[in-house]
Design a protein around this ligand. Sequence first.
Ligand code: HAM
Length: 428
Amino acid sequence: MTSKIKLQTLTGMHDILPQEQPLFKKVYKSVESIANYYNFQRIDVPVLENAEVFAKGVGNFTDIIEKEMYTFKTKGGDLVALRPEFTAGVARSYIENGMYNLPQPVKLFTTGSLFRHERPQAGRYRQFNQFNFEAMGDKSASIDGQIIQMSYDILKDLGFKNISIEVNSIGDGECRPYFKKILVSYFKSRRSSLCSDCQRRLKENPLRMLDCKEEKCQRVKTGAPQIIDHLCENCHKHFKQVLEFLDELELPYNLNPYLVRGFDYYTKTVFEIVEKNETGNNQLSLVGGGRYDGLIKLLGGRDTPACGSAGGIERIVNVMKGRQSKKSPKEEKPEIFLAQLGQLAKRKSLKLFEEFRSAKIPMAESFSKDSLKSQLGQANKMGIKWVLIFGQKEALEDFITLKDMDTGVQKEIKLDKIVEEMRRKIKK
Ligand code: HAM
């Protein structure tokens, strides 16, 4: 018996359709140009890793690991996970490939798909794409500044105007344990006013209570102690330098004492870039990142300070889509159409097509249509001015008929001259 399964994308997953590709391409282009400018080299890490890479790196009691990671046993019995983020995988690669022997910092960037089994809602997908920067092996505050600046520059480059950089410092192994204690004692005395998740976080991950979005917890947290007031000297100095850097760069930031981020690996600086809506309230974050000085050691490497960020490409594209709903971005449209008739011409067309491709001149075709009329109709629909007509006679005598669709004028051109002639016509 065949069961009736409706074949469609899984909840939280989506196709990126051809008409959406230009906006994605625009984001990737901007990421690559900024990465190149700042000397970040491309790395690609596997989609699947040993689940321990993330459990150890991101932290067992974080939502990402506890609730959202796609984990499964392979046929060989290994516990593996689909990557929910890049940082832990890139850190694993830094250690595994001995990158500590290279001049530091090692600056890497990547892009690709991530997987988180989140509750689906606007801007939250179960498969989504990120661009990601990591600078490993440098403890100076200027690196934090550079990572924030690059992330901000990408959004600016893409035409974002209404964005704000939220920054905070969450201290390190020296000052955070003490801050956690005073935070827990503050929330403990108000336990009954907290949501059930925060009652659990009180034990497992008290810092996360600071960014709980539940209204009742928001009320409680307004009076909570702030970590900024409890940083050790080293973290305080580092944070001050990061802010001086941002001032120098004239980046519009907002000190946000509730920003803690959902990963255990962060130390010192954390930041997010958010798009503000009409009411001035912050919406979902577009970019998030921070310093993670303990991660590489935690994963078995040397003590290596590091800092990085990642941007959500779908979220960025969604805002760009809204902005450009009236005028969609111009794709590079071909200005030439190749119409062919008959078997010999069809065969020779493939070679001709390849010559245009290597000359980097875009050309449209409709190899599946047989009649000249329907091919000219297609060129017309696409708004193309120049049609190359390649029929049986042309193929036998090695010439091509060029038709100007605006005037209807036709002209014969030798086959070996056609690429040059067209290059002149469209000024490529
Ligand atoms: P994150 O804040 O989890 O950080 O993700 C970075 C960005 O990815 C977010 O600001 C958001 O735009 C996008 N994003 C996250 N989850 C989703 C989702 N479910 N659907 C769509 N977009 C999403 C990290 O991943 C860290 N690894 C960043 C980092 C790099 N820190 C240091 N280095």
